[in-house]
Unconditional design. Structure first.
Length: 262
């Protein structure tokens, strides 16, 4: 860890800048999905399923189903964009495009490259979350006052899921193997982290599992903020997200060094 800290520098910003420049060149392709994604989610689950569910009781408060799932959909958007940016996209840059090899021929070190990639993934998560929040605000589902705090949390959560994704990128042998973490980790979190229904409705054993999932921490925090019920439990959940981000960042750098420099 001391070696990693010693080798990390401000030059990681250059990796972020490189990815941002590419994003600007292809912004039309990259900008459309984050806009359409929340609209499709809200229409399919909120409007469509909402006609069947109507209201939901949450923390002693009765709210519309659409208002219940909106924070969860924001959290899901943050997770997906952070995780997929540092898995599929980072793997393509590393393995197919040889971008890492080109960057490492400059004064930048591998620690700078990986940290820059993770920060870029968190930035993509923040941008996608911001688009989702704007749409939710237009629909009157999340207040503007809560939005500012949620944006700060979005970057923190983006760091957690981006660094987690980079850990998988460091160990998979080929791009098809990302199907395993997506199917065994991302999909279960999407379904059982309280996005679409209260975790309390699950069996006791499933509640224990759901309550240790990173997405559960994020969904619970954003929903509590959106509904004005932020408590000490949510502070602890945000702290755990920060711990995940820190641990997975160092772990991913160590694993990537082992992979690339072997």
């Amino acid at each position: 860890m001391k070696t990693i800290l010693k080798n990390i520098s401000w030059r990681a910003w250059r990796v972020w800048q490189r990815n941002f420049d590419v994003y600007k060149a292809t912004w039309k392709v990259n900008f459309i999905p984050p806009i359409l994604e929340p609209l499709l989610y809200l229409l399919a689950f909120g409007v469509g399923l909402g006609h069947l569910v109507n209201n939901v009781s949450f923390q002693g408060q009765t709210i519309s189903y659409l208002k219940f799932i909106a924070p969860g959909l924001v959290a899901t958007t943050i997770m997906n964009h952070g995780f997929f940016e540092t898995t599929y996209a980072s793997f393509v840059r590393m393995y197919y495009q040889k971008t890492y090899n080109a960057i490492l021929s400059t004064p930048l070190l591998l620690e700078d490259v990986i940290l820059g990639e993770i920060i870029w993934g968190a930035t993509k998560a923040l941008m996608a979350g911001a688009i989702m929040l704007v749409i939710a605000n237009i629909w009157g589902l999340i207040s503007w006052s809560a939005t500012l705090i949620i944006l700060a949390i979005a970057f923190l959560a983006g760091m957690a899921f981006s660094s987690l994704g980079m850990c998988f990128t460091a160990v998979v042998k080929d791009i098809e193997m990302f199907n395993f973490p997506v199917f065994l980790f991302i999909t279960p979190m999407f379904l059982f982290s309280g996005v679409f229904f209260p975790i309390s409705s699950l069996p006791a054993w499933a509640q224990y599992v759901a309550n240790v999932l990173p997405l559960t921490f994020l969904v619970s925090s954003l929903r509590s903020l959106a509904l004005g019920h932020f408590h000490q439990a949510q502070t602890a959940q945000l702290f755990l997200l920060a711990v995940i981000a820190l641990v997975c960042t160092f772990l991913s750098i160590a694993l990537m060094k082992k992979r690339i420099l072997k």
